[in-house]
Structures are given as structure tokens and as C-alpha cells.
Design a protein around this ligand. Structure first.
Ligand code: PMP
Length: 409
């Protein structure tokens, strides 16, 4: 695993990683749930609050100007990061969940009619499933889903038959947070577009891990969460193609999203302001821009290669543990590994790992239908980011093997 970047130096930028848990060096393998934050992101937050903090857009004083400039510069940074054509195509949200709910309420209110259908997949996170269930119920439409094969990929042979004239929108996960499957997003968007179907990509596990270019993907919407890619919690974005955002009515009402208000009615600003009612998470946006700068300085291809090398190493080493079964395809996949270990409940395994300073996650990972499909109530998941090391993976394998012997009947 040798390349031009000194990954030990990169890791040193993440202060939280340098600590002991239960008397052992912390091994943080819960990155798919949330990532750790590099010092430049933490410092950007501190600098913002120590020097620039004020409310945005409506102030005419120096600090408000600085905060507004930083907030709008962050929008331009995110637009560049996603390959969007215009900063106005970026709506700041709390994260992926809020982005899906925005579209499932606003786009659906305008475009979804009784008898229409929304297509999702059987591997979607509850965040990209439940909002669509609610949307179709409100509209009198129906939900359909692309099935998942035994190897944990989308059943693409079934897709064409599902792209019927009733389908108005196809929402799917880019990288599955449960299986690790990397879906062929550009191909899926192309096939949907050929039928005039609007596309929504859940990029919660892909943004910040692999290069993302929304125009190359050809999607109408793309959602991600900053906290999974080195930025603070509570900030993320929705990319919406300008022509699509402009057709959408407002979402939440309040300050900042209006032009003119009378007691009877209001007129509304153009996107993205139309969808950003109230005081936004300015510091979060500043932190998100700092995270993007950090990732881009490393280079997304290098980050993706590092993630991939760690994942390959894990897949190879986990084969040595008797009774351990990895879910999901061998490739292409994101930087996480979900597995079952014979005779050991994931919660027991995760609790055991914690006593050795190893942070894993056990549960249904907000994908209950998917785990039901594989006949398991829960899995154990190890998820990696570029600051993790092959040595940490070797240590995880030792701990898992120790747990296997500890729990053996
Ligand atoms: N989609 C996927 C694939 C995810 O992994 C997650 C987070 N686990 C979400 C959506 C929801 O993200 P958030 O909780 O940041 O809104």
C-alpha cells in the first residue's frame, strides 16, 4: 500500500484519533456512521466564531458581510466539489435525510399525481425510503423497488421492466451503507432519463470517498451529509439541476425565502434561497467548505484509492476467521465491510470490540428491508476512511478472532 501521500502525516491532522479507549489505542471503524474531523475544519469553525460570526444576508455591517461572503463562498466550493454547473444549484440542508425530505415533499407536491409511481431500490437507507413512502401516500401514488440479487447488487435485468410510464422519479443509493455495493449511478440515470424519469442519488456514502461529478452522473438531484466526509454535523447539501429546482414550489416558509410579504400572501425568491428559510447553519457551511478543501488537497482519486486499498486488505484478512461471512459483492464497493459471525450476535461482538478500543457498528444500519432480504436481523459493520491504517485492520482481525473464541459454545 505505497503511494505518494504520507498517510501517517494526514492522520496526524485528526486529533481525536490519538487517544486510548478502554486502555487500548482507539481504532475508529465507524466512519460510515460519521467521520472524524481534521484540524483545519475545527480551526475554521473556531475562526468563524472568534472573528466573523453574524447573521447572513440581511446585515449591512462588516461581520454580516464576512459571514455572508463565507456562506456563499462555501456554496461555490460545494458546487465545484460536485461538478455542478452553478452555485445556485446547491441548497444547504442538515444533511442527506433533510435533502430527501425536501424533494419528497416539494417536488412530489408539484409532480406526483394519483396513479404515478416512485421507484426506489431494496437496498436504500430508511432515509431514502420512508420519505418516498410518505410522499406516495400523500399523492395517491405507489412505490416500486428494484430487487437485490443474492450477491448484493441491484437486479439490473429487472430494471427495464420497472421503468414504466407511471414512474416519475427514481431514487437510489450510490454506495450502500449496509452492503458496500457501489451502484452504477451514471448507467441508472441514463436508463431512467431515456424514459423521462427524474433521478435522485443518495450520495451519503459516496461524497468525500470517491470523485463525484453530478453532470457526468447525469442525475437531477444528489444529496450528501457533511459529517460523513470530515465536516461538522448538521450540514449537508442538496444538488438540484437548475431547470428542476426552478419548477419547485417553496418548502418551509419564513425569513430569507421571500421577496415581498403582505398579510394575505407572499412572493418567493428563486432557488436556492427559496428552500433555505430562516437563519442557516453558517458555521457548518464554513466547516463543510474547509472539509472539501482538505479532501481536494489530498485529491479525491487518492482518497478513493486509499479507501479501496484498506477495504481490499480487510476483505482478504477477514477470510482467515472461521464462520465469518461478508455480505455484498467483491467489487465494486465502497470502504465498508458488513459481516455475520456464526453464533455471535452483532451487539455482543461490537460490545466486545469496544472493550479493546475498537469502534464497530452492529445493527440493521437503517436498512431493515435489505437485511430481511438476506435473512439476518443485524450485521456487524467495519467502515474505513483514508486516515485508517492496514495495521488497525490487522488488529481488528485479531480482536474478532478473540471474540469468536470467547463466545464459542
Ligand atoms: N443514506 C445513506 C446511504 C446513509 O448511509 C445515511 C447515514 N447513515 C443516510 C442516508 C442518512 O444520512 P444523515 O443521517 O446524515 O441524514
Amino acid at each position: 500500500m505505497s503511494d505518494a501521500i504520507d498517510w501517517a502525516r494526514v492522520r496526524a491532522a485528526f486529533p481525536i484519533l490519538d487517544q486510548q479507549v478502554s486502555g487500548w489505542p482507539l481504532i475508529y471503524f465507524d466512519n460510515a456512521a460519521t467521520s472524524q474531523k481534521p484540524r483545519p475544519v475545527i480551526e475554521a469553525l473556531v475562526r468563524h466564531y472568534e472573528r466573523d460570526n453574524a447573521n447572513v444576508h440581511r446585515g449591512l455591517h462588516e461581520l454580516s458581510r464576512r459571514s455572508t461572503d463565507a456562506y456563499e463562498a462555501a456554496r461555490a466550493t460545494v458546487a465545484r466539489f460536485l461538478g455542478a454547473a452553478h452555485p445556485e444549484e446547491i441548497v444547504f440542508t442538515r444533511g442527506t435525510t433533510e435533502s430527501v425530505n425536501l424533494v419528497a415533499q416539494v417536488w412530489a407536491e408539484r409532480f406526483l399525481k394519483p396513479g404515478d409511481a416512485v421507484l426506489v431500490t431494496a437496498m436504500d437507507h430508511h432515509s431514502n425510503l420512508v420519505p418516498w413512502q410518505l410522499a406516495v401516500r400523500r399523492a395517491g401514488a405507489v412505490l416500486k423497488w428494484v430487487p437485490v440479487t443474492d450477491t448484493g447488487t441491484l437486479d439490473l435485468d429487472a430494471l427495464d421492466a420497472l421503468l414504466t410510464p407511471e414512474v416519475r422519479l427514481f431514487a437510489f443509493v450510490h454506495i450502500s451503507n449496509s452492503l458496500g455495493t457501489l451502484n452504477p449511478a451514471a448507467d441508472l440515470c441514463r436508463r431512467a432519463r431515456a424514459h423521462g424519469i427524474t433521478t435522485f442519488v443518495d450520495g451519503a456514502q459516496s461524497a468525500g470517498h470517491i470523485p463525484v461529478d453530478v453532470r457526468a452522473l447525469g442525475c437531477d438531484f444528489f444529496a450528501f451529509s457533511g459529517h460523513k466526509m470530515g465536516a461538522p454535523t448538521g450540514i449537508g447539501a442538496l444538488y438540484g439541476r437548475r431547470e428542476v429546482l426552478e419548477t419547485m414550489p417553496p418548502w418551509q416558509g419564513g425569513g430569507e425565502m421571500i421577496h415581498r410579504v403582505t398579510l394575505e400572501e407572499s412572493t418567493f425568491k428563486a432557488p436556492p434561497a427559496r428552500f433555505e428559510a430562516g437563519t442557516p447553519n453558517v458555521a457548518g457551511a464554513v466547516g463543510l467548505a474547509a472539509a472539501v478543501d482538505f479532501l481536494e488537497a489530498l485529491g479525491l482519486p487518492a482518497v478513493a484509492a486509499r479507501d479501496d486499498a484498506l477495504t481490499r486488505h480487510a476483505l482478504e484478512r477477514l477470510e482467515s476467521i472461521p464462520g465469518l461471512r461478508v455480505l455484498g459483492p467483491a467489487a465494486p464497493r465502497g470502504s465498508l465491510v458488513s459481516f455475520s459471525l456464526d453464533g455471535v450476535h452483532p451487539h455482543d461482538l461490537v460490545t466486545f470490540a469496544d472493550t479493546r478500543g475498537l469502534a464497530l457498528r452492529g445493527g440493521h444500519h437503517c436498512t431493515q428491508p435489505l437485511l430481511r432480504r438476506f435473512g439476518v436481523p443485524a450485521t456487524t459493520r467495519a467502515s474505513f476512511y483514508f486516515y485508517n491504517t492496514p495495521e488497525e485492520i490487522d488488529r481488528m482481525v485479531e480482536i474478532l478472532d478473540e471474540a469468536r473464541r470467547f463466545f464459542a459454545p
